[in-house]
Design a binder for this molecule. Structure first.
Ligand SMILES: NC(=O)c1ccc[n+]([C@@H]2O[C@H](COP(=O)([O-])OP(=O)(O)OC[C@H]3O[C@@H](n4cnc5c(N)ncnc54)[C@H](O)[C@@H]3O)[C@@H](O)[C@H]2O)c1
Ligand SMILES: [Zn+2]
Ligand SMILES: [Zn+2]
Length: 342
């Protein structure tokens, strides 16, 4: 069977692999139809992703079809189309036992720390499959990206009518925006990139956007929008350590700040005048939980999430190696690119 492998940074290759073994008890053999491409894959390609090791078959945003199941599997059967929860957790460590498999102490994400879905068929634990008879294969591949935003908004727990500031309107920020809207809170989006803010207004129904040059003018704009109170919940989806340090300034007194973007650098912020004086709560957000996948599938099925703005680019398996680098160029205006495996 065919697969695409990142041999090393900047070098994809197509390879022939032996067929996967039949599924063991608790496992399922799946055929991969769609693979969504995200920032993690671009960083892996560029050699800028610290958790990524080589050679690696990428692919963690998947729309698959069950081909066969092992003994004891009852939640899916052959023919089911599914989204994949790509977080392989041990089920034994303290966070797993507490129900936080999203941050298992030995977590391995498919396509990042272990081979993923850019192949025709593979075997995985059946409990990681979330079936839907109504979602398209493209929509199934989108569920994981949406789950990142869903979990981040759950961490911030906005109340209806709260102001939520989303900093960074890349795909992760957009997935956050979907769930801020569903919470009934008022969504404000801030970015340095006017094109991305325009997309939020024109395609995502966001009323309030703030263009920031990083010169502090954004704070005044947020004060104006919130009657001086600032945002009860701030969700930073930039991955910029400068933005993450500065984000506390946008928080209302007793507000909550969620870091869903990731940085390897140190984040610095003023403690006494901001963090302490406003009694802020700082939260990380890692991956997502199984109920997030179930909820998102239902929301798409019921039309509560409109996936149409999301997928902007497609490529067939055979084109992928040539097309992939073009998606890295800002002028391609990619929101979500999807590879068709079969
Ligand atoms: N928490 C998780 O489990 C999880 C999962 C996937 C990705 N991520 C992380 O989420 C982050 C965002 O991913 P993405 O694919 O949307 O990235 P992206 O680079 O496409 O988007 C980031 C956006 O932030 C904006 N930005 C950058 N610096 C800014 C600043 N100082 N002020 C305002 N806006 C600024 C950029 O203009 C851009 O629009 C990354 O750090 C990624 O690693 C986290
Ligand atoms: Zn992803
Ligand atoms: Zn664990």
């Amino acid at each position: 069977m065919r697969a695409l492998q990142l041999e090393k940074p900047l070098q994809f290759r197509s390879l022939e692999l032996p067929e996967p073994p039949p599924p063991a008890p608790g496992e399922a053999l799946v055929r991969v139809h769609r693979v969504g491409i995200c920032g993690t894959d671009y960083s892996g390609y560029l050699g800028k992703m610290p958790f990524f090791s080589y050679p690696r078959i990428p692919g963690h945003e998947l729309g698959v079809e069950v081909l066969a199941v092992g003994a004891g599997v009852s939640q899916v059967r052959a023919g089911d189309r599914c989204s994949v929860e790509p977080y392989m957790n041990c089920q034994q460590c303290p966070p797993c036992r507490r129900g936080s498999g999203n941050c298992c102490e030995t977590l391995k994400v498919l396509g990042v720390m272990m081979d993923g879905g850019m192949c025709e068929r593979f075997v995985l634990p059946a409990r990681k499959l979330h079936p839907s008879s109504r979602l398209s294969l493209d929509q199934l591949a989108l569920v994981e990206t949406l789950a990142i935003g869903c979990h981040a908004v759950n961490r911030g727990a906005p109340q209806p009518d709260d102001h939520v500031l989303v900093i960074g309107a890349g795909p992760i920020g957009l997935s956050v925006i979907e769930f801020v809207k569903l919470s009934g809170a008022k969504c404000v989006v801030l970015d340095l990139n006017q094109q991305r803010l325009d997309f939020c207004r024109d395609r995502m129904g966001v009323q309030h956007t703030i263009f920031s040059k990083g010169d502090g003018a954004g704070l005044e704009a947020l004060r104006d929008l919130t009657g001086g109170a600032l945002a009860q919940v701030v969700i930073d989806a930039t991955g910029s350590h400068q933005s993450m340090g500065h984000a506390l300034n946008y928080c209302a007194f007793t507000g909550r700040l969620v870091y869903v973007g990731i940085t390897q650098q140190e984040v610095a912020f003023p403690h006494a005048p901001i963090m302490h004086r406003r009694e802020l709560t700082l939260l990380a957000s890692r991956n997502a939980l199984p109920p997030d996948f179930t909820r998102i599938i239902k929301l798409i099925e019921e039309g509560e999430i409109d996936t149409r703005p999301w997928i902007t680019h497609h490529a067939a398996f055979d084109e992928m190696i040539d097309v992939f680098p073009t998606w890295l160029r800002p002028e391609s205006s990619v929101i979500k690119a999807v590879m068709h495996v079969t």
